[in-house]
Design a protein around this ligand. Structure first.
Ligand code: PLP
Length: 381
């Protein structure tokens, strides 16, 4: 029986991406590899609207975040960390490992990071050289407005802004250079629809200048060493890269950019809005009540009347793998991701399966697919 993987990473990949990753291996010191790497760089530059290349590391998202931390932070530094969930907390834990001191600005799970509160913390703590943010809080399905948070801080007072883009890049707008981000980390297995194993880091020119006087605490993750290998006429890595994952990433980026990134982002917005309408029509609840801050990559569903773990186990039995809650939300929510290229047929299938597994007393008899279909068919979002 067919199974669907709807966890927020790893995600199901288009068939072309699977096929690309099974191509014959090539040497990583060859012109062919350098061309492949250049093709990836060009596509990532288009996706992120940046001028300068990214560093690609053989790691998961946590490794890419650690790369930012060990390059920028030392035990003499302080940082501000704004968090509204498990991954915001994790980014700060990674930063604390460097010995730096943290000022924590916390928001309740299910709510978003408030720009004005972050601005006040930054103005109150001019000693903090860094601000840590998470764009898409995967543990709750909250999409933070990074552009607005940064814009709220007067430019001359801005610390270096380091962002966790692990579960946002690829699916939703993320324009680091335009928004004033100084360092951002992501991974291959979510919005980029590639197998797990690649960590991606981009930093601003201001951040590069800052690093000139910083000694990185890691040999492998040293960004200065990594950038030295990214020569415009010969893109390479200082150490052996996972070549087959590069094939897969190149193909996935080609798919994302084929009709224009804007269309891709809009299609995901449309899917997630229709999905939320379906969830509510079923009598379930979206954890994030403020629609403006709902993630377009992952939805967190709560249920006032029935046990979410019962629903989740039944979904697994029926062929749909989802994720549960983390931290304080353990056993309280179901997380369903929509990072890949699914459309209406799959949306209707997921909602119908959810309906089927709901306990009989919770079933609503109305045509619950009508509302999401109306949203799905609407042109404006
Ligand atoms: N940050 C965010 C926002 C995430 O969603 C995740 C994983 O779900 C991570 C960091 C950690 O990434 P990884 O599991 O690839 O190390």
């Amino acid at each position: 029986m067919k199974r669907y993987l709807l966890t927020p990473g790893p995600v199901e990949m288009p068939d072309e991406v699977y096929r690309a990753s099974s191509k014959k291996i090539i040497g990583h010191r060859t012109e062919e590899f350098s061309d492949l790497f250049e093709s990836i760089q060009n596509k990532l530059k288009t996706l992120l609207k940046v001028e300068t290349p990214v560093v690609i590391l053989p790691s998961s998202g946590t490794g890419a975040l650690e790369c930012l931390a060990v390059n920028f932070l030392t035990n003499k530094d302080s940082f501000i960390s704004a968090s509204c969930g498990v991954f915001g907390d994790r980014f700060r834990e990674i930063a604390l490992k460097t010995g730096a001191k943290g000022i924590f600005v916390d928001f309740e799970m299910g709510t978003h990071v408030e720009p004005e509160i972050v601005k006040d913390a930054v103005l109150k703590h001019p000693e903090c050289k860094f601000l840590l943010l998470t764009q898409n809080e995967t543990s709750t399905g909250v999409l933070n407005d990074i552009k607005k948070i940064i814009a709220a801080i007067p430019e001359q007072k801005r610390p270096l802004i380091l962002v966790d883009g692990v579960s946002s890049i690829g699916t939703m707008e993320c324009f680091p250079s335009e928004w004033g981000i100084d360092g951002i980390a992501t991974a291959s297995q979510k919005g980029l629809m590639t197998p797990p194993g690649l960590g991606i880091v981009w930093i601003s020119e201001k951040a590069k200048r800052y690093l000139e006087n910083n000694e990185c605490q890691s040999y492998y993750f040293d960004l200065k060493r990594q950038f030295k290998s990214l020569k415009p006429d010969n893109y390479s890595n200082p150490y052996t890269p996972p070549v087959t994952l590069y094939y897969a990433l190149n193909k996935a980026l080609e798919i994302i950019l084929k009709g224009g990134a804007d269309k891709w982002f809009n299609d995901h917005r449309k899917f997630s809005h229709a999905f939320a309408a379906g969830i509510e029509a079923l009598g379930l609840k979206m954890l994030v009540t403020d629609k403006k801050y709902r993630s377009t990559g992952v939805s967190a569903i709560s249920s006032p009347d029935c046990d979410t773990e019962v629903i989740r186990n039944k979904l697994t039995e029926w062929g749909i793998t989802t994720a549960g809650g983390q931290g304080d939300l353990k056993n309280k929510i179901i997380r369903i991701a929509h990072y890949d290229d699914k459309g209406w047929p799959e949306l209707a299938m997921i909602l119908s399966t959810l309906y089927a597994v709901l306990p009989a007393k919770n079933k609503i008899k109305d045509n619950f697919l009508e509302k999401p279909l109306m949203i799905y068919e609407a042109e404006e979002y």
